[in-house]
Design a protein around this ligand. Structure first.
Ligand code: FAD
Ligand code: NAP
Length: 339
């Protein structure tokens, strides 16, 4: 077996830039190597973390087991019809590079999901979504190794039980698999999704009939660059909390007290904008040493001082307690916590 690194520095591999070390660290750049690494962890009884771009996790302290950095590449056309293509993509490919590559080839469907950090393999885990589109709308299937048995498994869309920033991989199969490839179905004839207010605003004045998917991707990138901190300059993991869902009575009660409340109906319930709740509760721009609530989007916590994950989580806890007291709404942390 190829050498493993010991006491490996994970700070450059998590976008929150938390200082932490992995007791063991290996790169999975082939299926054989991935199997070898999973075997090693099982044999030694080590806790295991499959790491992609490190943009949706918080390391609370050093990881006492094996960190497997997913580096499986691949981009393969597996099917084509008059209107669609299917593409199988390696889990270690960079998500945004995939978006731009498919657009350059004339395939649309991913444009609203531009500039989301991280890897292709992590995208189904929280069913990534932005600007009115979610991964499950283009998802066909994925392949994954069972971390215990090493068996290669196939999951179709129904198997994944996708929900709002959720899937079976965050629930019953949490930390049980290593996703190796994701297959997507994209359009050869664009069908643009321009309903999201910020996107509509950015594209106002343009003739919708002449808009290209690449122009939509460019607009999404421009909005994101204006509003969100670049993790390379200002470490962060994007939205720190999920948008909470509340029942209609709770929504009506809040709306009476706060007529400007930002909420969107989802079936019989309402999705509240967590960023609005945090902002209205007075946290936007709040700074506690090097940990802060971002000025332009209160849903994003930043770690400019590159301090420990515990400090970011302490601020998150203060915010969620305070929001719960004011609005009687529990905020759920979106990134995964390790160890
Ligand atoms: P990691 O952080 O490496 O891992 C996240 C989880 O997935 C961990 O539990 C890890 O074990 C698991 N995992 C990763 N790869 C695999 C694999 N191959 N097999 C099994 N398990 C795996 N998210 C959105 O949904 N929409 C957004 O618009 C969005 N914007 C963001 C903006 C910024 C600035 C940042 C920093 C984050 C944003 N995110 C967004 C969150 C994040 O980018 C996504 O959730 C992304 O899919 C995480 O990918 P990753 O490779 O970095 O995952
Ligand atoms: P925003 O435009 O300020 O909107 C605030 C919230 O309202 C969003 O969270 C969004 O929910 C919801 N919303 C707005 N218009 C909606 C509509 N027409 N229908 C249903 N819900 C609507 O949001 P933002 O913070 O700038 O983010 C823009 C997009 O990028 C959002 O989709 C957001 O989820 C995504 N994003 C995600 C992360 C992450 O880490 N998860 C980080 C940055 C941005 P949704 O979140 O459900 O869309």
């Amino acid at each position: 077996m190829r050498e493993l690194a010991h006491q490996f520095d994970l700070q450059p591999l998590n976008t929150l830039a938390v200082p932490a070390r992995a007791a063991y660290f290996g790169r999975a750049d082939s299926l054989e190597r991935l199997r070898e690494l999973l075997d090693f962890a099982r044999r030694e009884g080590l806790p295991l973390l499959v790491l992609g771009g490190g943009s949706n996790l918080v390391l609370r302290e050093d990881f006492p087991g094996l960190v497997v950095h997913m580096q499986l590449g691949g981009f393969e056309l597996t099917g084509e019809s008059d209107h669609h293509v299917t593409l199988r993509v390696g889990a270690g490919e960079n998500w945004h590079q995939l978006v731009r590559r498919t657009l350059a080839l004339g395939y649309s469907g991913l444009e609203n999901l531009s500039l989301i950090p991280g890897s292709v393999g992590a995208a189904p885990i929280q069913n990534i979504g932005a600007y009115g589109v979610e991964l499950d709308q283009v998802f066909c299937e994925l392949h994954a190794l069972d971390r215990e048995t090493g068996e290669l498994l196939r999951f179709d869309r129904a198997d994944c039980a996708f929900g709002y920033r959720d899937s079976v991989f965050k629930q019953g199969l949490r930390d049980r698999l290593a996703i190796t490839s994701v297959t997507l179905q994209l359009n050869k004839t664009p069908s643009l999704c321009l309903d999201y207010p910020a996107l509509r605003e950015a594209l106002a004045g343009q003739d919708p009939g002449r808009l290209t998917p690449t122009a939509v991707s460019d607009a999404v990138c421009a909005i994101r660059r204006r509003k969100l901190p670049d993790p390379l300059d200002t470490p962060n993991v994007g939205s720190f909390f999920k948008n909470p869902l509340v029942d209609a009575d709770h929504y009506r009660h809040l709306k009476q007290s706060y007529p400007e409340l930002v909420a969107h109906p989802v079936g019989e319930r309402y999705k509240l904008a967590a960023g609005w709740l945090i902002d209205r509760d007075g946290w936007r721009g709040f700074c506690d040493g090097a940990v802060a609530v971002h000025e332009r989007q209160a849903l994003v916590l930043t770690n400019a001082g590159r301090g420990g994950g515990d400090r970011v989580l302490a601020l998150a806890r203060r915010i969620s307690d305070s929001v719960a007291e004011r609005f009687q709404v529990e905020l759920e942390i979106e990134p995964r916590l390790y160890p």
